[in-house]
Design a protein around this ligand. Structure first.
Ligand SMILES: NC(=O)c1ccc[n+]([C@@H]2O[C@H](COP(=O)([O-])OP(=O)(O)OC[C@H]3O[C@@H](n4cnc5c(N)ncnc54)[C@H](OP(=O)(O)O)[C@@H]3O)[C@@H](O)[C@H]2O)c1
Length: 263
C-alpha cells in the first residue's frame, strides 16, 4: 500500500523540494500538502493525482487533520513568524503524539539563501556582504536538492533508530566566505569585493535587511552561534548521524544562476 504523507507547512522551501521528489518516487506515495493559502500550490504538483492541497494554519491548529495518514513532515516556520510561542506549543503538544516514529533533521544553512550574491556580483560595484567571519571560517551549508532527497527518503523508509532520531544534514563539505566569493566569481565570471559583517555590525545589518526590530537579537544570536567560539560552532563534525549531501556550492549556485538567466 503506498504511503500517505502530510507536509506541514508545504510552502516552505524544504517542503516544496521534498514534495517534488516524493511525486517522482516509484513508490507513488499520496501527498497531502497543508498551505495557509492552497492557491500557492504549484501547478506542476496539482496536475499529479497523488497530490492534494488543503488549507491549514500551524498557529491556529486549523486543518491539522492527519487521520488516514501514516507519515507527517513538519517544518517549523521561521522564528520570526508571529506567535512563535504558540507555534512551539503546537509542535510540542499536538504533533508529538501524531505519529509513533519521529526523525528530526538539523540542516546546514540552505545555499539558496546566497542567491542574492549572484545579483550583487553583477552590480556596479560588485560587492558581497557576508556575515561569515573570519574569511576562512567554514560553516555547514546544504543545497535544497539534497534536502528534498534526504527528507523524501526519510519519509519513505522504515525508521530503524529509536524515536526520536536526530540527524544532521550537511553538504559535501563546509564553506567559508572565501569559498562563497570563489564560487560566485566562477559562476558569474566577474571579480567581486568581499566585505565581512563583523559581530558589532550584525544588528545594523539585519535591521537593514528588514528583520523586525524585536527579532533582530534572535538573528544576531543565531548567527554568532555558528561563528568561532559560538555555542553551535563545535557541532559541525560529520559523524554516523550526519547525512552528507552531494551538491557542491558552486554547482548549486550555477543552477540558480542559469534559472535566473532564463527568467
Ligand atoms: N533557510 C535556511 O537556511 C534554514 C537552515 C536551517 C534550518 N532552517 C529552518 O527551516 C524552517 C523553514 O525555513 P525555510 O527557509 O524553508 O522557510 P520559508 O521558506 O521562509 O517558509 C516559511 C513558510 O512557512 C509558512 N508559514 C508561516 N507561518 C505559518 C503558519 N502559521 N501556518 C502555516 N504555514 C505557515 C509560510 O507560508 P505562507 O506565508 O506562504 O502562508 C512560509 O512560506 C525554519 O524553522 C528555519 O529556521 C532554515
Amino acid at each position: 500500500m503506498p504511503r500517505r504523507i502530510v507536509i506541514l507547512p508545504a510552502s516552505t522551501k524544504a517542503g516544496r523540494e521534498t514534495i517534488r521528489v516524493l511525486l517522482q518516487s516509484e513508490s507513488k506515495p499520496f501527498v497531502r500538502a497543508v498551505y495557509r493559502n492552497p492557491a500557492k500550490a504549484p501547478a506542476e504538483f496539482l496536475q499529479n493525482p497523488n497530490f492534494e492541497a488543503v488549507q491549514g494554519d500551524v498557529s491556529s491548529g486549523s486543518g491539522l487533520d492527519f487521520a488516514g495518514f501514516d507519515t507527517l513532515f513538519y517544518i517549523p516556520p521561521r522564528p520570526m513568524s508571529p506567535g512563535v510561542l504558540r507555534l512551539n506549543h503546537i509542535s510540542d503538544e499536538i504533533l508529538k503524539n501524531s505519529v509513533p516514529q519521529v526523525s528530526i533533521v538539523r540542516p546546514g544553512y540552505i545555499t539558496e539563501e546566497w542567491a542574492h550574491f549572484l545579483d550583487a556580483a553583477k552590480a556596479d560595484p560588485p560587492v558581497l556582504h557576508s556575515w561569515i567571519s573570519p574569511v576562512d571560517h567554514k560553516v555547514p551549508m546544504v543545497d535544497l536538492k539534497d534536502i528534498g532527497e534526504c527528507c523524501a527518503n526519510t519519509l519513505l523508509s522504515e525508521q530503524t533508530k529509536p524515536s526520536p532520531y536526530y540527524f544532521k544534514l550537511f553538504g559535501p563539505q563546509h564553506y567559508s566566505s572565501a569559498d562563497l566569493k570563489d564560487a560566485v566569481e566562477k559562476v558569474v565570471g566577474t571579480k567581486t569585493e568581499l566585505k565581512l559583517i563583523e559581530r558589532d555590525q550584525l544588528s545594523g545589518f539585519f535591521a537593514q535587511l528588514g528583520i523586525p526590530e524585536t527579532h533582530v537579537p534572535d538573528f544576531v544570536g543565531m548567527t554568532t552561534a555558528v561563528l568561532p567560539g559560538g555555542i553551535m560552532a563545535g557541532d559541525f563534525g560529520y559523524d554516523e548521524d550526519t547525512v552528507r549531501g552531494k551538491v557542491e556550492l558552486v554547482d548549486g549556485l550555477r543552477e540558480m544562476y542559469e534559472k535566473k538567466q532564463q527568467g
